[in-house]
Structure formats: C-alpha cells, structure tokens
Ligand binder design. Structure first.
Ligand code: AMP
Length: 182
C-alpha cells in the first residue's frame, strides 16, 4: 500500500524547511511541525499502520532520535516490540556497534545484543525520519542482522533523492520512502 496524493500533500505541507541548519548549505527537514499537526501526524501514522499491518512484523527498530518517535508509536499500533538503535555510549547493557563514515570523520550506532533474542529470526522494520547519504541506515541494518534478526524493510518519511542513500541501502534491504525531495 502506498500513499495517496492527498495524504502525501498533507504530510509534505506539515514539514518545515530550515535553511543553513546545522551548518551553511544544509536544508534541514524539520518534522516537529508534522508532530505538532494532529491531522498530518494522524494521516502519517494511519498510513504506516495500514501498510505494515500485513507484514507480519515482530519488531520495529527506530534510529536515534527521530526514528524513536514514529517507530515507538507504530510499534504500539501494530502490537509489536520496539528496539532503539542508539548513538554510541547511550545503551546500558552489552551492545553490538557499527561505525559509518560522515562527511568528516566517523560515527557509531549501537544495539543491545539481546534486542531480538526472544524471537528466532525476528522480522524487523527499520524506521527513521529521513535518509540522506544512507550511512546511518546502512549501519543500523547491519546491526539488525548482527543481532540475529531479518531487516524486512527500511522506512523513511523523507528521502533526499539527490543523494544515493536509498540506492546504497537497497543492496541490503527493501526501502520505502513516503516523500522524495529533489
Ligand atoms: P545519513 O546517514 O546521511 O543518511 O543521515 C541520516 C540521519 O541524519 C537521519 O537520522 C536524519 O534525521 C539526519 N539528517 C540528515 N540530513 C538531514 C536533513 N537535511 N534534515 C533533517 N535531518 C537530516
């Protein structure tokens, strides 16, 4: 199931562009205005529920930090567990970690080693607000597999299609993005 044009417009119109944040040349896609708009947030969550209710998922894994907002809400709607994939140093128990490159330097994400251990070969949906270069999502999908689960799909509200993030991630998992920004 994909988004209707009306639904897409409602969601698109609720996302605010902030120029030159966090640094010059970046247009930051601010989803706080989407969360603030009960109609747009409702349209989004209902669409995600309708799409994923047939996927027979066991868990939603959300990427730090905005992926937690959509992921945790969707997990409750689907009655499945939620797993946070966090920036390095935040998770208290034993973790598996994965480094990825940024424009300058490297970053690292982590998952609890036992996050999916209650279900063998668990079916996991990965979710974040936005995919840019795909570095974060690629590392997150690797962690899902290393923790013993299957990444069934990676879902993003927004994909920056002038970067090749989606293309790169598609070698690892199916990808679904609601809005493409050129
Ligand atoms: P990347 O690893 O390059 O795909 O970057 C994705 C992560 O950075 C996501 O967690 C996004 O929330 C954040 N991000 C990157 N670019 C933007 C942007 N233009 N607007 C909002 N968030 C962004």
């Amino acid at each position: 199931m994909t988004l209707s044009n009306i639904e897409r417009k409602i969601i698109e119109n609720s996302i605010r562009d902030i120029k030159d944040f966090p640094k010059p040349g970046i247009v930051f896609k601010d989803i706080t205005t989407l969360l603030n708009d009960k109609e747009a947030y409702g349209v989004l969550m209902n669409h995600l529920y309708q799409r994923y209710k047939e996927y027979n998922l066991d868990y939603i894994a959300g990427i730090d930090a905005r992926g937690f907002i959509f992921g945790a809400a969707l997990a409750q709607m689907l009655r499945v567990g939620f797993v946070p994939i966090r920036k390095k140093g935040k998770l208290p128990y034993t973790t598996i970690s994965e480094k990825y490159s940024l424009e300058y330097g490297v970053d690292e994400v982590e998952i609890h080693i036992d996050a999916f251990s209650s279900i063998e070969n668990a079916r996991v949906l990965l979710i974040d607000d936005l995919i840019a270069t795909g570095g974060t999502a690629n590392a997150a999908a690797t962690l899902v597999k290393q923790a013993g689960a299957q990444c069934i799909e990676a879902c993003f509200i927004i994909a920056l299609s002038f970067l090749d993030g989606v293309e790169n991630l598609e070698s690892k998992t199916d990808v679904y993005s609601l809005i493409e920004v050129n």
